[in-house]
Design a protein around this ligand. Structure first.
Ligand code: DCP
Ligand code: MG
Ligand code: MG
Length: 391
């Protein structure tokens, strides 16, 4: 039987943390970093949020379902072979006792995501968000302060190295002092970064290399990170230009010197839904109403007066599988903005819905057939790109 202590121990480690030393490209083993950056990625994020909302779910294999996909699952489910983005059918075959929770409404995930960022910001202002469950935090100053306090420091937890000795803590004090890690976390020393990067099968495994770049690299015969590490810089520069080629070579050895840019309050709030087919104005109206109801509440909680409403649609196209998006936007009259601030939700949603339908008919001719696969509505900032503070 699982003891309460084991259970808590597992629960105390809700995210993976990596400490990213930013090093000179020319000298990867240099012990003088420009910066020390922590990268946080929450474990099975949506599943964790659902387990916090309903603690009984902590003890069952849990999957979060969007449409026909299990977008993520908890670690009990992963022990049964489930992976992220598996189809519901396959997931149930692998784990018949899987409990599924619908995860199409992102409200709770969004809220918790912002709480995590706020918590990090309370320690250090240099925090940059990436999606819902990741944050980068530049802790260089904290590390420098700690280094002045501690005469000696050692690595806690594991060290990923074939060549580890105690004196590494003296070589990399900024790394040792920044890694007080009780939860089975592992320190990766600078001299091992290049080889661990080289062990990644595909260039897509690395943040900063997207689909298009991977395709162009494939054209040059580069598919793994190892290929990229040994590919001549000059040849790479011919395809991508000098500075992008350098950046790619740096990424391949685990070196990225881009600054952490504090994310701050969002400039716009948006909500969207996608579907296989939507072909009637009635369905469009209902979907817009549903999206705006959620958005209006978020705008109210945000407290700033929204200025612009943008509606985005995606039409189905058999020929273009990337389905391009189209959008139209218009100003939100100040009396509607005020209703949102005052919390007069129903009225505000009705009026915004009629504005959104006008935008819709600027894109779709009313008596012609249409087939949409996505609707997105955004309320945001004025043309100068800022929300105005409510009075
Ligand atoms: N997500 C999604 N659709 C995707 C990818 C992610 O809905 N194609 C959602 C579900 C995840 C959350 O974003 O919970 C964070 O994505 P991660 O890739 O970090 O996945 P997890 O946090 O769930 O798992 P891990 O423990 O591997 O980080
Ligand atoms: Mg995660
Ligand atoms: Mg993530």
């Amino acid at each position: 039987m699982e003891s309460a202590e084991d259970d808590d121990a597992e629960w105390r480690a809700p995210c993976s943390i990596s400490l990213v030393p930013s090093l000179e490209l020319s000298n990867i083993t240099s012990s003088t970093p420009h910066k020390v950056i922590v990268h946080f990625d929450m474990d099975c994020f949506y599943a964790q949020v659902e387990m916090l909302r309903n603690p009984a779910l902590r003890h069952v294999p849990l999957g979060i379902q969007q449409k026909y996909i299990v977008v993520t699952c908890n670690y009990l489910a992963r022990e049964q072979g489930l992976t992220k983005l598996m189809s519901v059918t396959e997931a149930k075959e692998k784990c018949p006792e899987l409990v599924l929770v619908k995860g199409e409404d992102l409200t709770h995930y969004r809220e918790l995501s912002h709480k995590v960022t706020e918590l990090l910001v309370s320690y250090c202002p240099l925090v940059e968000r990436l999606g819902f469950d990741e944050n980068f935090m530049d802790i260089t100053e904290m590390v420098e302060r700690r280094l002045q306090q501690y005469e000696t420091c050692t690595f806690n937890g594991h060290v990923y190295s074939n060549n580890y000795s105690e004196d590494k803590a003296k070589m990399y004090p900024w790394l040792a002092v920044g890694t007080f890690k009780p939860n089975q976390q592992t320190t990766l020393l600078p001299e091992d970064i290049s080889s661990i990067m080289g062990s990644l099968s595909s260039v897509r495994k690395v943040q900063g290399i997207g689909h298009q770049t991977a395709k162009r690299l494939q054209g040059l015969g580069v598919s793994s990170i190892k290929d990229l590490q040994i590919f001549p810089l000059d040849n790479l520069a011919r395809e991508f230009g000098e500075s992008s080629a350098r950046r790619l070579k740096n990424i391949a050895i685990g070196s990225d010197d881009s600054a952490v840019t504090p994310t701050g309050a969002p400039q716009s709030l948006s909500d969207e839904d996608s579907f296989k087919k939507m072909s009637s104005p009635k369905e469009v109206l209902e979907k817009i109403q549903e999206l705006l109801a959620c958005l209006v509440e978020r705008m109210h909680n945000d407290g700033r007066r929204p200025q612009t409403l943008r509606l985005t649609i995606r039409r189905y196209s058999a020929s273009n599988k990337w389905y391009s998006r189209e959008s139209r936007q218009g100003p939100i009259p100040s009396h509607i903005g005020q209703k949102i601030i005052n919390g007069n939700f129903d009225n505000a949603v009705d009026q915004l819905t009629s504005l959104a339908m006008k935008l819709f008919y600027k894109m779709v001719v009313s008596n012609k057939a249409f087939h949409l696969t996505l609707i997105n509505s955004i309320s945001s900032k004025d043309p100068n790109d800022h929300f105005t503070q409510s009075g």
